[in-house]
Design a binder for this molecule. Structure first.
Ligand code: TRP
Length: 431
């Protein structure tokens, strides 16, 4: 449940719907589910097992299992990947805060689709405001880790995440009953396979790994905390099913609203933020409903930012512990928070057009970081972990577990690496 709480976040509620919308709906969802079950499941199980066998985090696990330093580079890939994710994740967490505040002050009352779009664009053009909200998210997350109250937050999230789940179900039921809402379901669940290209497959795989938090070594840490007798297979299945359900629920909330209120499915990253306030206005107590929704979205985002940031802090502590200048937890927290403030501010400046030199191939940094993590860093991390376990961990370690030997000898050695490499090369037009 802790792993699911950390994995369920903006990936499922914000990123999933808009990426589905940009990639044509139903067929993409099938790919997403297939990737999650065929590649995601073995990779999740594998990370849990690496943690369970080594009792370490991603930083020490590879050395502990092989006795060499040859796999240390993979920890660095994970670190870069987590930092790149946080460089835009906090920014979007800031959007959630802003929308919660705006909802509480009843700003959206009477706005139609065009006005809501304009409202978001105005916010998105205001570098200072966005920086302040992102900074609030960073400082809040850093304070939780600084004061070491993450256990308390975890307990709180055990109550709030099920509430989020119930709320999403109620919302989905309401949306489907909207006039025109069934067009959204049609879009979501009637696959149009002509929309599938190799780039779309790579996106589906990347999105699946992103929402499952796999390929970044994060789940290794959770595996380290597992009791010896805990069943890795059923734990992984439960976690994956929960993430898929929350993602699908978000889709079932957003797409009926998109079609009922005249938005476009391919609106982009602002999809959740522009469509939902349109619907909330016609619901029971608009202010209460929208504050609750954006508030719960903030909670889901924060449980993710806390575990993302924790990884970097722990990494800095461990990596500097053998140097002349070891950093303690508090110092590492400050260093991490500063890196994040700089990275998020750069993203914001490049989005608002204040720093045109900060573009990569004509894309602003926000889009570039988003794509870099989902389409490159996470698949590379996943490939590395699969190869590590399939080929380099002494086989003797997995004897005694039938699932373990199958997983290692067939799936992680061959299936996952070959598939990732083919999907990857195909989408950059090498094949
Ligand atoms: N899975 C998270 C989400 O869907 C994002 C994420 C990726 C994450 N890697 C992570 C969260 C590591 C926590 C830890 O929003």
């Amino acid at each position: 449940m802790a792993a699911a709480g950390s994995a369920i976040g903006l990936g499922s509620i914000w990123k999933f719907p808009y990426v589905v919308g940009q990639n044509g709906g139903g067929a993409f969802i099938i790919l997403y589910i297939v990737c999650s079950l065929v590649f995601g499941l073995p990779l999740v199980m594998n990370e849990f097992l690496i943690g369970k066998l080594s009792g370490r985090s991603a930083y020490g696990a590879f050395r502990a299992l092989t006795g060499t330093n040859r796999w240390q580079w993979l920890s660095w890939v994970f670190l870069v990947s987590v930092i790149v994710i946080m460089s835009f994740y906090f920014l979007v967490t800031g959007w959630c805060f802003y929308y919660m505040v705006e909802a509480a002050s009843n700003t959206f009352a009477g706005m139609d689709a065009a006005a809501l779009r304009a409202h978001f664009s105005a916010f998105e053009a205001n570098a200072l405001q966005m920086t302040i909200y992102a900074a609030i998210a960073i400082v809040l997350t850093a304070s939780v880790l600084w004061f070491d109250v993450n256990k308390g937050i975890e307990r709180l999230s055990k109550i709030l995440m099920p509430i989020l789940f119930l709320f999403l179900i109620l919302m989905a039921a309401h949306m489907i009953s909207l006039d025109g809402g069934t067009a959204g379901l049609h879009y979501l669940f009637m696959p149009d396979f002509s929309k599938i290209t190799s780039k779309v497959i790579l996106q589906a795989m990347g999105l699946s790994f992103f929402t499952l938090s796999v390929g970044m070594g994060i789940l290794i840490t959770y595996g380290g905390y597992m009791p010896k007798d805990q069943n890795v297979t059923s734990t992984s299945v439960q976690m994956i099913v929960l993430v898929i359900i929350v993602s699908l629920l978000s889709g079932m909330i957003i797409f009926p609203a998109v079609f009922a209120y005249g938005f476009s499915p391919s609106e982009g990253p602002e999809l959740t933020f522009v469509t939902l306030p349109a619907v909330f206005q016609h619901m029971f107590s608009p202010t209460l409903t929208s504050v609750t929704f954006f508030g719960l979205m903030c909670v889901a985002a924060l449980t993710s930012t806390i575990s993302l940031m924790e990884v970097v802090i722990a990494f800095i502590c461990e990596a500097t512990s053998t140097t002349k200048h070891p950093l303690n937890r508090h110092q590492s927290t400050i260093v991490t928070a500063l890196i994040l403030v700089v990275a998020n501010t750069l993203c914001i400046l490049s989005m608002t057009g204040h720093a045109d030199w900060l573009t990569v191939k004509g894309q602003n940094l926000f889009n570039s970081f988003n794509a870099l993590s989902t389409n490159i860093l996470i698949p590379v991390g996943a490939l590395g972990t699969a190869l590590f376990s399939g080929w380099f961990v002494p086989k003797a370690r997995y004897q005694g577990s039938r699932v373990g030997s199958f997983l290692y000898l067939v799936v992680l050695r061959w299936l996952v690496p070959i598939a990732i490499v083919i999907i990857f090369l195909d989408s950059i037009n090498i094949i």
